[in-house]
Write a protein that binds this ligand. Structure first.
Ligand SMILES: [Zn+2]
Length: 550
């Protein structure tokens, strides 16, 4: 059984076979017709009742970070339910971390730990007393440092808060080791860069392979890397040149690295597997770290109204500049204040002058066609608090919204705590879609697991970890939920002509599942087995023995 996700709907006669030739789909349809189109001696693979779906696409993921953090301590749930477990995992990671590198852990959420608080520097000191250690919050918008790491980062006890972030403090006002936003990003990038620089080509290739191997096991065949930098893009390019890149990567290059990108010669489509044609900008902070820029203030720590990285004029200048240079722009915007600033910048760019105004009017009329007035397909990443009036504006501008349904079950209870009544309107996929916006699905891994089955279930059910439904009117049908991770994600990555559905002429990217997600009970979707994953006709994952002999 083949679920084609073709834009015109499924074929009237269910597709029971597919012909792959030279890495592309040559035919898909009734078995007899497909067999007739095949050359004599074509290899036949029997799928025995399995379901084939288009290769799943994660439209916003931190692929290099997945590979990088996979080498450190896994402090996520359920591996590390409390602070002693976090300590044990860090202690164990210290044993295998090379001297010179910081001992690294990741994946904790303070309100999910049994203690219900962030670990502190002294918790970390007990586990790793003699060398720097860092524990990254799952949002990657906060982290905890031990005393040695605070010293190496040059952070002193009476350190004032920087304008783009904050430090956690104990009752005496001394640093407790928790670092939010700006200084946390600096540390993460510095550590990632130092560790990548310390790696030889083989180790960098291993990092890329680890990451893509993990994603392939989930049925993913393509991902947008939402944090591509001068340290990571060359690693992908090396792996690609050596034939080791087993998935398609679309790089969103961090805005302050664009000059480097232009000088590097890596801009654009490098191969079938690697492209870097978009720019990433952060407008505000994160949802689970309660630093997204909102109107009003958070009733939970660290309180405040979140962090806005750029004023409206500054952001508009940046967007105009990248737009003029032909880059697709992807702005991280989570809180309503952050989203409004991003939409203002897009509106000023896309409706500039008479031509722009006409373009915008056309787009408003043709909303849903997917951004006729937004030819480069500028995007909003996340869009957590994209409330109805903002959603209407985004739709009129033809902005593509790339969001994360899987946050609902993993982080949703924390959102409810931080947003109260308005939490029903967070991540309102149903409303966005009804407003005519193209919504693409993604994980934001390693913030949460990269497993798209979780996101598909959550887009349908919208249930938090405690079982509460957040915004029942915002549920999607199973077909729309699957479209988030196939057709619509392909559109967000500007490759819908080649991936995202099973149609003749497209690349032969697909996943073989042991059940049809469109027929399954939504609760059962995360349990559907990924038997095999195929990129360009080549199996890159085969736990089901679907392709004996490769
Ligand atoms: Zn992200």
């Amino acid at each position: 059984m083949f679920v084609t996700m073709a834009s015109g709907g499924e074929p009237s006669a269910p597709a029971g076979a597919m012909l792959v030739r030279d890495g592309r789909i040559a035919a898909v349809g009734p078995a007899g017709a497909v067999r007739a189109a095949a050359s004599p001696g074509a290899r036949v693979v029997r799928l025995d009742g399995a379901t084939v779906v288009p290769g799943l696409i994660d439209a916003h993921c931190h692929v290099a970070d997945v590979g990088y953090l996979a080498a450190g301590a896994d402090c996520s749930q359920p591996s590390a339910p409390d602070i002693p477990a976090v300590q044990a995992r860090l202690r164990e990671a210290a044993g295998r971390t090379p001297r010179g590198s910081w001992v690294t852990g990741s994946g904790y959420v303070e309100y999910k730990l049994r203690e219900g608080r962030h670990p502190t520097r002294s918790d970390l000191d007990q586990a790793v007393p003699d060398r720097p250690a860092v524990l990254y919050h799952t949002s990657l918008h906060a982290c905890v440092l031990n005393t040695a790491a605070l010293a190496e980062a040059g952070l002193a006890d009476r350190q004032p808060d920087p304008p783009d972030g904050a430090f956690g403090r104990d009752s005496d006002g001394l640093l407790d080791g928790v670092v939010y936003e700006g200084p946390m990003f600096e540390l993460f990038v510095r550590n990632l860069r130092a560790d990548l620089a310390r790696m030889d080509a083989a180790a960098r290739a291993r990092l890329v392979q680890t990451a893509s191997g993990r994603l392939a096991a989930f049925g993913l065949t393509a991902a947008c890397d939402a944090d591509m930098r001068q340290d990571s893009l060359p690693a992908f390019a090396e792996a690609d040149a050596d034939g080791l890149l087993s998935m398609r990567i679309y790089g969103l290059v961090v805005h302050d690295q664009v000059d480097w990108l232009l000088a590097s010669g890596l801009r654009g489509r490098r191969s079938d597997r690697l492209a870097a044609e978009a720019v990433k900008i952060w407008a505000d902070g994160g949802m689970s770290s309660r630093t997204a820029a909102i109107y009003g203030s958070y009733p939970v720590p660290p309180y405040g109204s979140g962090i806005l990285y750029f004023g409206r004029d500054e952001l508009t200048e940046m967007v105009r500049d990248f737009d003029a240079r032909g880059f697709q722009v992807a702005i991280h915007a989570q809180g309503d204040r952050g989203i409004e600033t991003a939409l203002d910048a897009y509106a000023a760019t896309l409706t500039r002058g008479a031509a722009g105004a006409a373009r915008a009017a056309r787009a408003a009329g043709a909303a849903g066609a997917g951004g006729a007035g937004n030819p480069l397909r500028h995007r909003i990443e996340h869009g957590g608090a994209l409330y109805p009036p903002l959603a209407a504006r985004a739709a009129a501008l033809g902005i593509v919204v790339v969001s994360q349904p899987g946050f609902l079950s993993t982080l949703g209870d924390g959102f409810a705590e931080a947003f109260g009544d308005r939490s029903e309107q967070l991540y309102s996929f149903g409303s966005w879609q009804r407003a005519g916006t193209t919504v693409a699905g993604s994980s934001d891994a390693p913030v949460i697991t990269a497993d798209p089955r979780l996101g598909i279930r959550d887009a349908i059910l919208r249930r938090t970890g405690s079982g509460r439904v957040l915004g029942s009117a915002e549920r999607l049908t199973s077909r729309d939920a699957l479209a988030l991770y196939t057709r619509r994600a392909a559109f967000a990555a500007r490759r819908e002509d080649e991936i995202g559905s099973l149609e003749p002429g497209k690349l032969a990217d697909f996943a073989v599942l042991d059940a049809n997600p469109l027929d399954a009970e939504p609760e059962q979707i995360p349990g559907i087995g990924v038997l095999a994953t195929v990129v360009g006709g080549i199996p890159v994952h085969d736990s089901g023995g679907v392709f004996p002999g490769g």
